[in-house]
Every structure is written in C-alpha cells, then in structure tokens.
Design a protein around this ligand. Structure first.
Ligand SMILES: *[C@@H]1O[C@H](CO)[C@@H](O)[C@H](O)[C@H]1NC(C)=O
Ligand SMILES: *[C@@H]1O[C@H](CO)[C@@H](O)[C@H](O)[C@H]1NC(C)=O
Ligand SMILES: *[C@@H]1O[C@H](CO)[C@@H](O)[C@H](O)[C@H]1NC(C)=O
Length: 399
C-alpha cells in the first residue's frame, strides 16, 4: 500500500508516463510472468548513488526504482537535498558525505554543515552515517590529510551537541592503497608514512564505535597483471584458493584477502576493536582496449557472486563471525566521469533504468543460488521498469 502511493506519486510526476508508455509497460507486464510477488526481503548490500552524469533520472524516480528492488542502504558523495527529500519516509538508510576537510575541521563550520545538511532531513530520511573525506590518505593533499581527523572529530562533536550521535556516526573511506603490504593477508600493514594519521584515526574509530571503511577493487589488480592474477579468484568463481602461510587460512577470493589484510594492519597497530566495511567495490562492464577484464560477463559474475555471499551473511577467513558488509559501486553508469572508459561503466543500470546485466536476484529480492533460477527479471533483457511499471499500472487503476 505504502509502495503504491509512493509510486503513484512517481507516476504522475513524469511526463513520459503517457498512454503510449503505459501500453509499453502493459506489454512488458504481460511478458513478465508471475513477478508481481517480487522483492519482499530487503537486500543486505547497499549501493553507491553517484551522480557525475547529465542524464540520470530525477531522485523521485530513483527512489521508486530502489524501493521496487528493495535496496535499503544508499551512499551519496554529497548530501544532495533533492535526494534526501525524495527518500523521506522510505526507511532507506543513508550515508552522506561531508564537504571540504580544512573547512570542516573548524568546530563552528562542522556544526553549521550538520545543521544544514543532516539535521533538517531527520528523522523522515534515515541518515545513519557521515563520511568525511574519500580516499584522502592515499592522495597527495597534505592539508586535507592533516585536517581529516580534526574534521571527523568536529563533525562528531557537532552530532553530540545536537543530540544526534546515537543515530548518526562518522567515518571516512580509504583506498586499499593505504596498505604497504596486503599479501599474504596476515602480512597486512599500513604504509609507514601514514602511521602518523592512521594511529589516531583508529583510536577515534574505536572510541566512537564507527567502522573503518575501505574502497576495494580487485578489478585494478587484475587489470594491472591479467597474466598472473587468476580471474576466477578475483570474480568469486570456483578455484582452489590460496593458503596464507602466516595463518593457514585459505582464501578463495581477493576481496576477502584485502579485507583481512586491513584487519591484520589494524592489529599490527594494536586494534582488534574496529570493524572493516566496504564503502565501494564493483567491476566495470566496459572499458578501453587496454583495460583487460572490463566486460559485461565479468561485471555480472563479480557483482552476482558477491551479492550471493553477502546475502548468505558470510564472514572473511580471519573474521568468520563478522558478515561482509558491502556498498556496491555503482547504481548508474556516470557519463561525465573523467579517466579511462571503465570509470564511466561501473553502473548496475543505464540512466534509462535498464539493467546493464542480469543481477540474478530471485523473487525473494535476494540473489538466487543459480542465475537460471532468476525470476525477478526477464531472462534476456532485464528491465528495472518491470516492478515499478506494475505498481504504477495498479496505482493508475485504483486512483
Ligand atoms: C554506523 O555506520 C554503519 C554503517 O557504516 C551503520 O550500519 C550503523 O547503523 C551506524 N551506527 C549508528 C549508530 O547509526
Ligand atoms: C600451518 O600448518 C602447518 C602444517 O600443518 C604447520 O606446520 C604450521 O605450524 C601451521 N602454521 C600456523 C601459523 O598455524
Ligand atoms: C537503455 O540504454 C541502453 C544503453 O544506452 C540501451 O542499450 C537500451 O536499449 C536502452 N533501453 C531502453 C528501454 O531504452
């Protein structure tokens, strides 16, 4: 019921929802057998909603799409008020990102930022986390590196002062490149030149109880040396795995090895009290000629296999009881991202709402055990507009 209303709003606010479009949706509906029961269980993975593009659907429409997919966690690279408003009342959990670090390290600026960008949307929109700085410590902006922890502390203090620290936490996301060594995982250690930042940062995480977030892309490792890195190992496909001589634990995929390398690096700094989560991971469906491995097949395998493991609540070999927590990159292909072609092709969806590949989500809204059991999407050309379309159609009939 609640969903019908939300989608009805979505329907009436879009000019292209013409009778022609309805006919098209009806046609799709007739060919999408038995999918009305789709998507009831919430998905355990979240999605990065990047907006470096000039052709994305408006946030109200994205809200409808994500609800029909049962996506319950979304991360933004800013605190876009139009997005936060569009998701009011949906229950979707948001991670927002803060502004300039040097600016935010000032207590009154941090307080003003929280007052303007977070507080007004609570509690209608569930903002549960603020990310301060993205991949700052692996970059070369010394001023930003020095301001990182002060900015996090200032934002946290603002939350405490506003009585919001119980519902919103503060973190920062780092690239796995902050590690000097990541293989074997038990040898994981942070870069020595970053210790001055990393030690107090981990102390802060432990003190406020927020997770350490990493952006991890096994694709980069594969692309850099496709002849030595095993494709099944990076894609979570069946393979014999690699034994870590330091622990005798066996790893059958690179992402878990990277997570455990971060745990080992934190332990080397005396911290067993901070959890590691993945703030970004993904695989591009297309790339430049020299970007080996950037294909639809590999992207589909990576994300599908990862989603199955996340749905199963699997932990890593070093932390078997801590379910791997993932925000997939990204919701849409983003046509205005710079760099190599792969950068513009990480999306699970094209801007028009068509999925780039079958994610293998079954009718329970969770990844099926085999791609052939998929009932959520049609087999050949999965269309995200199916579930939205049906609800729109029903809403149109009932109103
Ligand atoms: C802290 O952040 C994590 C996501 O990184 C979230 O799952 C958790 O609920 C947050 N805690 C609070 C108190 O909001
Ligand atoms: C790993 O297994 C080998 C052979 O069983 C054993 O000799 C070695 O001590 C083990 N190492 C660790 C770190 O447990
Ligand atoms: C959506 O966009 C993709 C990529 O441009 C295209 O292949 C597909 O046909 C489009 N789908 C619809 C329904 O327009």
């Amino acid at each position: 019921m609640e969903r019908s209303l939300v989608c009805a709003r979505f329907f009436f606010s879009f000019p292209w929802a013409s009778s022609l479009r309805l006919g098209y949706i009806l046609l799709l509906l007739l060919s999408a057998n038995g999918f009305v029961s789709a998507a009831t269980a919430p998905l355990k993975f979240g999605i990065n909603y990047g907006q470096i593009a000039n052709n994305l659907p408006p946030p109200t429409q994205v809200s409808g799409i994500l609800q029909s997919l049962n996506v319950k966690r979304v991360k933004l690279y800013d605190a876009d008020p139009s997005v936060l408003k569009a998701f009011a009342g949906t229950g979707v959990e948001f991670t927002v990102s803060g502004g300039d670090l040097v600016h935010m390290s000032d207590a009154s600026n941090a307080r003003a930022w929280v007052t303007q960008n977070v507080q007004p949307f609570l509690p209608a929109t569930r903002i549960t986390s603020i990310i301060v700085g993205n991949e700052v410590l692996s970059g070369d902006d010394t001023a930003a590196m020095q301001s990182l922890l002060p900015a996090m502390q200032a934002v946290h203090q603002a939350l405490v002062d506003l009585g919001l620290d119980g519902e919103v936490n503060v973190s920062t996301s780092q690239s796995v490149n902050v590690l000097a060594s990541s293989y074997p995982p038990s040898s994981g250690v942070f870069r020595e030149d970053l210790a001055q930042y990393m030690e107090p940062l981990l102390d802060f995480h432990a003190q406020v109880g927020s997770p350490f977030l990493i952006n991890a892309y096994p694709f980069f490792a594969y692309k850099a040396s496709p002849s030595t890195v095993s494709l099944p190992y990076v894609l979570f496909e069946p393979n014999p795995g690699v034994r870590d001589p330091g622990t005798n634990l066996t790893y059958d995929n690179m992402l878990y090895a990277q997570i455990d390398a971060v745990y080992a690096a934190m332990e080397a700094m005396g911290h067993t009290d901070v959890s590691v989560r993945i703030s970004e991971t993904g695989w591009p469906s297309s790339g430049d000629a020299d970007e080996v491995g950037a294909t639809v097949q590999n992207a589909a395998a990576y994300n599908r296999n990862l989603m199955k493991r996340v749905a199963a609540g699997q932990g890593t070999p070093r932390r078997p009881d801590v379910p791997v927590d993932v925000l997939v990159f990204a919701l849409f292909n983003e046509n205005m991202k710079t760099g190599q072609a792969s950068e513009r092709n990480y999306g699970l969806f094209y801007p028009n709402g068509t999925s780039v590949y079958d994610l293998g989500l079954d009718s329970g809204g969770s990844p099926g055990t085999s791609p052939t059991t998929s009932g959520f999407y049609s087999s050949s050309k999965p269309m995200i507009s199916f579930p939205v379309g049906v609800v729109v159609l029903l809403a149109a009939f009932f109103l």
